[in-house]
Design a protein around this ligand. Sequence first.
Ligand code: PPS
Length: 291
Amino acid sequence: MENPPHYMFLKGIPLLPNFHKEELMAKLQDEVEFQDKDVILVTYPKSGTHWMIDILSLIYSKGDPTWVKSASSWKRSPWIEHLNSLEVIKTKADPRLFTSHLPIHLFPKSDFISKAKVIYVARNPKDVLVSFYNFVHELPIFQSFSNFYGLPSLLPNSLLVLYGSWFDHVKGWLPLNDSKNFLFLTYEELHQDLKVSVEKICQFLDKDLSEEEISSVIENASFQVMKNHMLENNEAIIRENVEPFKVMVLRKGICGEWKNYFTVTQMETFNNIYQENMKGLGQNLFPWDQC
Ligand code: PPS
């Protein structure tokens, strides 16, 4: 199968030329300086990025939903790898929330000497794959799940999936888990107990919210309420720069949907590749290891 024609490659990672200019990416790595008060959310795509952006926005507004209702996620927590981000990173007003899907080897080097905080959210890669598939299924190249799965999607050394392999992404960021400025969370634990996760995030960010404020964060970060806000924001439309992707970010929002998509053979193949690549890693960190 041929490479999707819309990718450009940077240090082995497929990116979108509409969004990721090569010149910007070089400057991003060498010139960008984060501030100590910055909070950077890092995810592999389809891992709950928008969910966490809303949770963080709501924490910073003490549960008041006005901000999440009135400004898009792109404005509240801009992706650092997109277009005019250099200026945005320099000038963004508080709260200085940023987002990135970049693997660690394309990330600004300066972050590792600043005290900026990094929150990494990971999700069961099988559900990431299903979410990704549904996101892009309008492209002829991904017409059936088998075709999409047949690509070396998410697999090690993949050159065909936006932002590269899931394994490389997670394994690249995981070593930072020892740092006090790094918080590792999973999509599944947000699902399991959002209150506990919100409290953990508040503690990490030194944010002191009352019980009532935390309840409001939880309520406004629920799937249905977020969807309503997004529709009010007009976010669920086809974006000018993302054609032919449809921006339907809030689709189902559940765990374990992969079971409706994978054949037994696909599951076994995937499990073998997973075991090979994640051997000895993440004991108790990855809830999907138990299912
Ligand atoms: S993107 O396009 O890469 O930024 O997508 P991302 O935001 O990382 O992930 C999209 C998936 O996250 C789900 N989502 C949620 N699940 C539960 N609760 C809430 N509040 C929530 N918000 C977003 C969203 O539905 C996508 O998953 P799928 O499986 O496709 O439904």
